[in-house]
Design a protein around this ligand. Structure first.
Ligand code: EPZ
Length: 423
């Protein structure tokens, strides 16, 4: 098994460059299928979820040309099927965005139900409600696939009972070429929603209100070529900010949009860190013992659920008792058992975790149980006394480009090792 081995206790220092946003690129790559001409996407991160997305595009017949490590050109005019490759799609939850894109452009999509991280029920009822509202027929198929078809999608008003990033994205993808106006109410407002809308509008789509809770999409019959650069990853940036704080370091986190980090910055300052904002960077320093605080994860612009495991690591050695309330997912505390192995004192009841600060975490052999839980284990390893080994790093590689190189350049002692799988 491949693992990260981390020698903890070294304050990080220097500068780190943030990559393109995972949750934007996994929506924008399928969105390229909606165009009538080739599109060029820049600043894509070199992560597993991008590799899967590009393979899915090729499996549909689209032509993918790698211009450089972080730039691809996608020619959707050669697409020959609307049936998504099962084995590939089951590797990544966001493969369900291909439903909205294929339905929007070709009037049909056959896709397996999503895979990806497991933290409780992850339904797609709101996605299907949106497709049906646009006039599509949804048919469950054998071996856990669905088929969504429509001869002509018609714009409609759709109210999302729960704020859902995925449903907002998928409905936008299906609606962008529908006849007439579609209004999504109670829409998600995450930065990656705005990024997708900007990409589609660069192609000639007519989407207004992205970033607010009402998005209006007037169907457009022709979408031309576009060149677009993905926004920086808000969660990768937040993760490196947390690493700087956890190691009592001094790190310049570059290529960020500070406004996207507001809720994270506010909480780190509340805990006692120093965060200086610049145009496209934040400098994060921390020398004192952190203070406890309470966190409630909410849809954007609230504190992001994808930073919940990472902030829990910081609170594990903060002075006093902190409370985290997970407001999005029903069970996003599977990392707690791993953190307890390193000496954390955390009690979980329902969607609330109570964290009593301990002076220091201690190194242990732990596992990444999902993408952001894995990132949290890296933070814990960087902070802990001793050498930590982290298994199941494939989760971490789904969302963090070059994490070993980036951390090494910040002074961390981290290496990728291969150990025989336990019998
Ligand atoms: C996206 O997941 C992100 N993934 C997640 O990030 C993130 O945690 C989540 O949004 C919340 O911000 C991607 O963007 C690829 P949702 P998504 O639909 O779209 C309920 C990471 O670490 N819901 O906003 O699946 C759902 O159960 C990943 O990068 C329905 O009830 O999340 C949840 O309680 C992990 N019905 C809430 O809405 C639906 O049809 C929010 O889910 C859809 C969702």
């Amino acid at each position: 098994m491949r693992k990260y081995r981390i020698k903890g206790g070294i304050p990080l220092s220097g500068a780190v460059d943030i990559s393109g946003a995972k949750n934007a690129v996994v929506a924008i790559l399928p969105a390229a299928l909606l165009a009538d001409e080739p599109c060029r996407v820049e600043n894509i991160p070199n992560i597993k979820d991008v590799a899967v997305s590009l393979k899915l595009l090729e499996s549909l017949g689209a032509k993918v040309t790698h211009i450089d490590d972080n730039t691809v050109e996608i020619d959707p005019t050669t697409v020959g099927t609307c049936e998504v490759n099962d084995d590939l799609a089951r590797n990544m939850r966001a493969s369900y965005y291909f439903i909205g894109a294929l339905l929007g452009k070709h009037g049909r999509a056959r896709v397996p139900m999503p895979g990806g991280c497991w933290f409780g029920e992850r339904p797609i009822d709101l996605h299907l409600k949106g497709f049906r509202a646009l006039g599509a027929e949804v048919t469950p198929l054998e071996n856990d696939c669905i088929e969504v078809c429509s001869n002509q999608l018609m714009g409609n008003s759709i109210y999302l009972d729960t704020v859902s990033v995925g449903a907002t994205v998928n409905i936008m993808l299906a609606a962008v070429r529908a006849m007439g106006m579609t209004i999504i109410e109670n829409a998600a407002k995450e930065p990656h929603i705005v990024d997708l809308a900007n990409f589609l509008n660069t192609m000639g789509a007519d989407i207004r209100g992205a970033g607010t809770d009402v998005i209006k999409i007037r169907g457009t019959q022709y979408l031309h070529s576009a060149t677009y650069s993905i926004i920086p990853d808000q969660i990768e940036a937040g993760t490196y900010m947390a690493m700087a704080v956890a190691t009592k370091g001094d790190v310049l986190v570059r290529n960020v949009i500070p406004k996207h980090l507001e809720s994270i910055t506010a909480k780190l300052i509340e805990m006692g860190a120093i965060v200086e904002e610049m145009d496209d960077a934040v400098r994060v320093r921390c020398s004192d013992t952190l203070q406890h605080c309470n966190i409630k994860t909410m849809p954007h612009p609230g504190f992001p659920t994808d930073m919940q495991p990472q902030i829990a690591v910081l609170l594990s050695t903060a002075q006093g008792v902190s409370h985290i309330t997970e407001g999005i997912w029903e069970n996003r505390y599977r990392y707690v058992d791993e953190l307890r192995l390193m000496g954390a004192d955390i009690e979980v009841r329902g969607n609330t975790a109570t964290i009593t600060g301990v002076p220091q975490l201690t190194a242990a052999d732990v596992m990444a149980v999902d993408l952001r839980a894995g990132a949290a284990m890296v933070i814990a390893g960087l902070a802990a006394e001793g050498t930590t080994e982290i298994g199941n790093i494939r989760y971490i590689e789904r969302g963090y480009e070059n994490i070993v190189n980036k951390l090494t350049r910040l002074g961390a002692e981290i290496s990728l090792i291969e150990v025989p799988d336990e019998a």
